[in-house]
Write a protein that binds this ligand. Structure first.
Ligand SMILES: [Fe+2]
Length: 493
């Protein structure tokens, strides 16, 4: 990035401004980073607010609500910079759609970690992938909870989610941080994953991995927010499990051969560096009966790693089908996600959509791995756990001038038909979510964000879900870039 571009970006001319350490070094000529590294810098301010974004095109009639997003955003504090993308404190964004306009508002989730480190003006606590030499010891996972992974409107509340500890309440209007959520006294501080599944009747299912103990905590929560059931299921190890899926009858887990080594963790290595890849072992599939959690079945897929499952469903003959984004190994999370923080494009085996067919009666499982490089699978939320045909993902095309996705794609998983929209070489696409519109699957909109590296601003786009190839029907530009994040959800007005 050129110095004059940086000044234009900040609009502040530099006087009295605390520059991020990596940019200070870049400006001093100590190192250079590619322009896409902008996605891994702190936001320009602690709170961002733009009442009306500049809009190209027209918002569809009836599209009114708020698109919430979350992601790691405080990557640097004082003279310290995290070394892993997943470490930073969470920043929640609200893109409010109404009256033909979109506004943007963003604030950090002020967890105890965020507050203590802000006060100390330094990162002092362990993070997912970074442990500084003088790190403080902490008493519980919530002491290092960054609430940086997902944001879920549920039961008139807004939950900022991590995966190693509690959900955190955020005010849906002001984005002010509220209380840590405990579903019961007994569950206080228990891990609550960032990928709950909301059933068609409004029931929320979730899980958490208890690191070191080799256990999953299962949750069933009524649409009212009342806990119906929770239980700890023992596993014989602690695999990295980031997401799961539901069908009408089952909870579906994929357990990759990427497991926590408690000895390494005990020696003070970071959480991710304490994991080991066992590439000669299968990825295990665990089915748990929704009505009786003691009824469990195991199946094996070839070794692989995943972060995300799009959806799952089962037919009357006991055949379960689901999709997930499959990686050949753990290189993205152990190597490439560190390279991103240094501005280095570290090669990694990219994610590919895998379509799995699991015949529970015959005990057979097989999968098709598709050629496109994809991530962030989403479906029509009205289809969660039900038969679905349309799968929406980000996609990386050959034109990408950076290490991440630069397009969005729809796949009809029955017919195999696909369409995609390519944002161009120098745009990084983030997760796009399906917003239900007209009746019927595919009748709706795809809404998501992206970072325009050339213009150094973030974008929010609206597509017709059944016509991605036509390009966005509306696209708004923020007057600033925001750090690349992870997940979001739509809340209807
Ligand atoms: Fe995720």
């Amino acid at each position: 990035m050129k110095r004059r571009d940086f000044m234009r970006l900040t609009g502040l001319g530099g006087t009295g401004l605390m520059l991020p350490a990596s940019l200070t070094h870049a400006l001093a000529g100590e190192t250079t980073t590619p322009d896409w590294h902008l996605g891994f810098q702190n936001p320009r301010a602690e709170e961002l607010h733009t009442p009306a974004l500049k809009l190209d095109g027209r918002l569809p009639q009836g599209l009114a609500g708020t698109f919430y997003r979350n992601g790691p955003a405080r990557h640097e504090l004082g003279d310290r910079r995290y070394s892993h993308w997943f470490d930073g404190d969470g920043m929640v964004h609200a893109y409010r759609f109404g009256d033909g306009c979109i506004s943007h508002h963003a604030r950090f989730v002020e967890t105890p970690k965020y507050r203590a480190e802000t006060c100390a003006e330094a990162f002092r606590r362990p993070a997912f992938g970074t442990v500084f030499p003088d790190v403080e010891s902490v008493a519980s996972p919530d002491a290092i909870n960054t609430a940086n992974t997902n944001i879920l409107p549920f039961d008139d509340r807004l939950l900022a989610l991590w995966e190693g500890g509690s959900a955190w309440e955020v005010n849906p209007e002001t984005l002010a941080t509220g209380e840590r959520l405990a579903w019961s006294d007994e569950l206080e501080g228990a891990p609550f994953s960032a990928h709950p599944a909301v059933d068609t009747d409004g029931t929320l299912w979730n899980f958490g991995v208890v690191p070191g103990d080799g256990a999953l905590v299962l949750y069933e929560i009524a649409s009212s927010g009342a806990l119906r059931r929770a239980e700890v299921v023992s596993l014989d190890a602690s695999p990295m499990v980031h997401d799961f899926a539901i069908t009408r009858r089952h909870l579906v887990f994929l357990l990759p051969p990427f497991r926590l080594d408690p000895e390494r963790f005990g020696r003070g290595e970071s959480f991710i560096d304490s994991h080991r890849w066992y590439g000669d072992e299968p990825m295990r599939v665990l089915l748990i009966d929704k009505s009786d959690w003691s009824r469990r079945r195991w199946f094996d897929l070839p070794a692989g790693l995943h972060f995300h499952i799009g959806n799952a469903w089962e037919d009357g003959a006991g055949v379960i089908r689901f999709d997930y984004t499959r990686y050949d190994n753990a290189d993205f999370v152990t190597k490439a996600a560190r390279g991103l923080m240094r501005g280095e494009d570290v090669p990694y085996a990219g994610g590919h959509t895998a379509l799995v067919r699991l015949d529970t009666r015959k005990g057979r499982i097989d999968q098709d791995i598709l050629p496109e490089e994809t991530e962030f699978p989403r479906v029509d939320p009205r289809r969660t756990g039900e038969r679905y045909r349309q799968l929406y993902t980000t996609v990386r095309t050959r034109a990408a001038g950076h290490p991440l996705s630069n397009g969005v794609m729809r796949r009809d998983i029955d017919s195999g038909e696909t369409e995609h929209y390519d944002f161009g070489a120098n745009v990084i696409t983030e997760e796009h979510v399906f917003v239900p519109g007209e009746a019927g699957e595919d009748g709706g909109w795809l809404v998501g964000t992206a970072l325009d590296v050339d213009r150094q601003v973030s974008l929010i786009s609206v597509f017709r879900a059944d016509a991605l190839v036509d390009g966005p029907v509306a696209q708004a530009h923020l007057p600033y870039p925001v750090p690349l994040g992870f997940h979001g959800n739509w809340k209807e007005a």
